[in-house]
Write a protein that binds this ligand. Structure first.
Ligand SMILES: *[C@@H]1O[C@H](CO)[C@@H](O)[C@H](O)[C@H]1NC(C)=O
Ligand SMILES: *[C@@H]1O[C@H](CO)[C@@H](O)[C@H](O)[C@H]1NC(C)=O
Ligand SMILES: *[C@@H]1O[C@H](CO)[C@@H](O)[C@H](O)[C@H]1NC(C)=O
Ligand SMILES: *[C@@H]1O[C@H](CO)[C@@H](O)[C@H](O)[C@H]1NC(C)=O
Ligand SMILES: *[C@@H]1O[C@H](CO)[C@@H](O)[C@H](O)[C@H]1NC(C)=O
Length: 338
């Protein structure tokens, strides 16, 4: 034992109250977080949005920066940059240098361009990733599956292209993905059938160029919300139904689905069912009126190839003709008598 090893703990003891003092006194900011944030500011050409991000102030006080006093002595846990067309360029790779980040939001930045940087895989605590209403492009990277803490991935309203990465099924805490309003192609990966049956994430994929058939495997998870509206899907979507499922919302509208609705049973807790503009045949099953009516808000089977009498009951009685019109030979109230 040399003098060094005996003095070191003492020095640390003496030093720690001093180094903690500025943080307690409102001077809160981890040095490394601050360096990463200033690098982000500089990558965005010091846009006015970052005016409060000055070297002389504490980064926990900066606009759009959240720190959690309970996390490693006040590390940066949240970063949001929203609604600003002056923020231009790609997402700075330095976002990966905020290791305690749980929430990252870049929203309504029309001049935010480029790909999602792979450095975000270093954010091993990241729970909410919101990169919505920007001009981001390129593929939805499979490396997102390397961030097991992710619960929400919202990439809606961008220019992402390519297919949906099957690897996302590996994310154990996923509650929802929203990839709506992009330029995605291909179908939904059959691997998504391996999401936990009773806690599958919400799947919001409307307004893309997705195509092909719905893999049979997707009939296993009980999607609470599944929205495939405004794509180019074809074929049979009946696997998504089933009276025993806990599904709440199904939107298949404006695709080219083609299946016999007569053979379908509706989840009894459904609150919203939109099938308009497809090529769905058969008739509306009487079982539709066994859906719990109290919370049921939307039914639309218009613009299909349905036939037969609309079954009478509490669900169908809630809606007017525009929920049923433009079918092949659907009849009975609220349409013309059969
Ligand atoms: C920012 O402040 C640190 C000390 O707080 C100092 O070392 C550094 O030189 C400053 N940087 C700039 C660009 O002023
Ligand atoms: C964007 O920049 C322009 C010109 O510098 C400025 O007038 C405007 O206030 C800025 N907008 C925002 C939201 O910061
Ligand atoms: C979908 O594909 C069609 C033709 O392939 C193209 O014209 C259209 O712009 C695409 N839509 C989107 C949202 O990418
Ligand atoms: C429907 O909701 C009720 C009340 O919340 C619940 O008890 C029941 O298990 C649900 N049924 C299904 C099939 O999820
Ligand atoms: C159903 O969808 C059609 C086509 O978009 C629309 O015209 C109609 O108003 C909708 N009706 C209801 C009840 O949602």
């Amino acid at each position: 034992m040399g003098p060094k090893s005996t003095f070191l703990p003492l020095l640390l003891l003496l030093a720690s109250p001093l180094t903690l003092l500025p943080q307690v006194a409102g001077g809160k900011c981890n040095k490394e977080d601050k360096r990463a944030l200033l690098s982000i500011k500089s990558a965005f050409h010091d846009a006015y949005h970052f005016a409060s991000w000055t070297n002389t102030s504490a980064c926990c006080d900066w606009y759009g920066v959240d720190c959690d006093p309970g996390v490693a002595n006040g590390r940066v846990t949240g970063l949001f940059v929203i609604t600003d067309s002056n923020v231009t360029g790609p997402i700075p790779p330095a976002v990966g240098d905020l290791p305690f980040l749980t929430s990252l939001r870049f929203h309504k930045l029309p001049n935010l361009i480029g790909n999602i940087p792979s450095s975000i895989t270093r954010l091993i605590h990241l729970s909410v990733l919101t990169l919505s209403w920007n001009s981001l492009s390129g593929p939805i990277p499979a490396f997102l599956s390397q961030i097991p803490s992710l619960t929400i991935i919202d990439l809606s309203f961008n220019l992402f292209s390519g297919s949906i990465p099957a690897e996302l099924v590996a994310l154990p805490k996923l509650l929802g993905i929203d990839f709506s309003r992009n330029r995605l192609t291909g179908s939904i990966p059959a691997e998504f059938g391996k999401f936990p049956k009773t806690s599958a994430p919400n799947l919001v994929l409307n307004h893309n160029n997705l195509s092909g058939v719905i893999p049979q495997e997707l009939g296993v998870p009980e999607w609470e919300i599944i929205d495939l509206s405004r794509n180019m899907f074809v074929g049979d979507a009946s696997v998504l139904f089933g009276a025993e499922k806990s599904t709440l919302q199904i939107d298949l509208s404006r695709n080219a689905f083609e299946f016999d609705l007569s053979r379908v049973e509706f989840p009894v807790n459904l609150t919203s069912l939109d099938l308009n503009h497809n090529k769905i045949t058969g008739s509306i099953p009487a079982q539709i009126n066994q859906i719990e009516p109290n919370f049921f808000a939307l039914l639309n089977v218009s613009y299909n190839l349905l036939c037969g009498k609309i079954p009478v009951g509490p669900i169908t009685a809630k809606f007017g003709a525009d929920a049923f019109f433009h079918n092949k030979c659907l009849c009975g109230a609220p349409l013309a008598p059969c």
